[in-house]
Design a binder for this molecule. Structure first.
Ligand code: DQQ
Length: 520
């Protein structure tokens, strides 16, 4: 057994897996680490027909410390095989942690670019993989950039987006300029080892908007991810309707706020922003996303579904952090991003239930649908009359003391084409804070949803404490911690007339059969 080294390492390592497995709130069809701590997706990629998911991992316990790179592979983005830990901190520039980064193909050589942490600061490092991507060797040149840009007062400096453009590599490192806002520094290299600093790609304005608002851009941008929406590579001549997208996670002084994105145009050495958008209405519950283009040309994105439980509750549970289901991200007609779980996930479906269509007139009490389960995939098609709202209750207990309520509504004015998606977690849990969320985040989650004539396609994936909702392509992800173990699904019209066109439900199979070793 490894010696316990951190004050939070109160659960002996040989007990962590058993604790994690025994927790009824641990998701069963989302990827989770064997036990201990998981945060950001890293190095997400499709290499020679195999999907690779690396992730920020602390096998010592469910707290963020001495971060390793966990690794899992998949043939279908649905079931995953644990692989040996890819990176672990060692004497040198990553002695305190191997923080987030990416995988690139360096002329056939798999290469990781990541943030090595030492003396509570991060610097860019590189590691080279074996042809099967299972063993990794850190580059002797690490750190490959020895300091943040000189003469700039930065808030933090870490995380990488690296791409090939013509004959050179380009890299963004997430950062922030004190007194101004978040940014991403642009670099160029021919060998991934020696980098020339070009300048800030674009600087946000932290004084714009309120730090409590759901689209505040923060004082630092974590996990920047730049890509072209639609066909074409970064830097190539764009089709009119293919904007470039700069995704980042807004951070401030240790607080993880939310993922946002700018649409605009990356050209030369700068990014000309056009509009700012929220990436997921769940805010911090879908954080630090990273995306890649797979062999079929789809842009696939993963995000970290962080916990809402207290540090002590996470440590006691023996595990923390859920990887989102992989999402296909596309460009909607209105120029914003749309997301949908990858269709391959249908392989996990079993026990299909179809609820016949009907009219619901509000305000009405919730009606039980007969669907029951804590691992569900729900697909609904609805027509909302002007001024109406549908409420879908999930994870409902027998006496309805607990339920998590998803609401989609349409404004009274018939010509308006924007409705609303809202998640009500006030009755999700009898434990602290209603949602069972005893950390800071008990605020309401909601956001706008485009709709034509009140038509809504609603998809809801419930996996014990993880809930991913997609309403006409707009995602809202959150965590809930029910105490009673209920799985009832109910429907109600909260107002007006709602036509339920169809409701299909499936139970979702587990993706891991057995307990998994901390070090595969
Ligand atoms: N998590 C990583 C950092 C990144 C942050 C460390 C985002 O590299 O900035 O585990 O969640």
């Amino acid at each position: 057994m490894t010696e316990l080294t951190h004050p939070l390492a109160t659960v002996p390592q040989d007990e962590l897996v058993a604790r994690a497995e025994a927790d009824p709130l641990r998701p069963r069809f989302h990827f989770v680490s064997p036990a201990g701590w998981l945060n950001d997706p890293n190095g997400v990629s499709h290499w020679d027909g195999t999907y690779h998911l690396f992730y920020q991992y602390n096998p010592e316990g469910a707290f963020h410390h001495r971060i390793h790179w966990g690794h899992a592979t998949s043939a279908d983005l649905v079931t995953w095989t644990d692989q040996a830990v890819a990176l672990e901190p060692s004497a040198g520039p990553d002695a305190e942690g191997c923080w987030s980064g990416v995988l690139v193909n360096d002329g056939g050589t798999p290469t990781l670019v990541y943030s090595g942490r030492l003396n509570e600061r991060e610097l860019p490092c590189v590691a080279v993989g074996s042809p099967d991507l299972l063993t990794w060797t850190k580059a002797p040149e690490n750190p490959v950039i020895s300091a943040p840009p000189a003469g700039v007062d930065i808030t933090a400096y870490r995380d990488h987006c690296v791409w090939r453009e013509g004959e050179v590599w380009r890299q963004l490192v997430g950062s922030g300029i004190r007194g101004r806002g978040g940014t991403a520094f642009l670099y160029e290299s021919t060998d991934l080892r020696s980098w020339n600093y070009i300048g800030p790609l674009f600087i946000g304005d932290a004084s714009e908007g309120d730090p409590t608002s759901s689209d505040w851009t923060g004082t630092m941008w974590e996990c920047v991810d730049l890509f072209r929406a639609g066909a074409g590579a970064l830097g190539s001549t764009p089709a009119e309707d293919a904007p470039d997208v700069l995704v980042f996670s807004a951070w401030n002084d240790g607080d993880t706020h939310h993922p946002l994105y700018w649409t605009g145009r990356y050209s030369g050495d700068t990014f000309e922003p056009k509009a700012l958008h929220r990436l997921d209405y769940g805010g911090r519950y879908f954080y630090a996303p990273q995306s890649f283009m797979d062999a079929s040309g789809r842009r696939v994105m993963f995000g970290w579904l962080q916990e809402g439980r207290s540090d002590a509750a996470m440590v006691a549970a023996g595990w923390s952090g859920v990887m989102s289901l992989p999402r296909v991200v596309t460009l909607g007609r209105d120029g914003t991003l749309e997301a949908a779980p990858v269709p391959e996930l249908a392989r996990l479906r079993q026990d299909h239930v179809n609820v016949p269509g009907r009219m619901l007139v509000g305000p009405g009490a919730p009606e039980d649908t007969g669907i029951d389960g804590t691992q569900l995939d729900l697909e609904l098609e609805l027509n909302l009359a002007p001024g109406s709202a549908l409420q879908l209750g999930v994870l409902g207990s027998d006496g309805d003391e607990e339920a998590t309520v998803i609401e989609v509504s349409r404004p009274m004015e018939p010509s308006l084409s924007e409705g609303r998606l809202r998640l009500d977690r006030t009755r999700s849990s009898l434990a602290a804070g209603g949602s069972g969320d005893d950390a800071l985040d008990v605020d309401e989650k909601s956001g706008p949803v485009p709709m034509t004539d009140g038509h809504v396609r609603l998809r809801v994936l419930v996996d014990r404490s993880a809930v991913e909702i997609f309403a006409n392509g707009k995602p809202l992800t959150a965590r809930v911690y029910p105490t009673l173990g209920g799985g009832h699904v109910s429907l109600a019209a909260a107002a007006g007339t709602v036509r339920l066109l169809s409701l299909d439900a499936w139970t979702m199979k587990d993706i891991f059969e057995d307990a998994r070793p901390l070090f595969p």
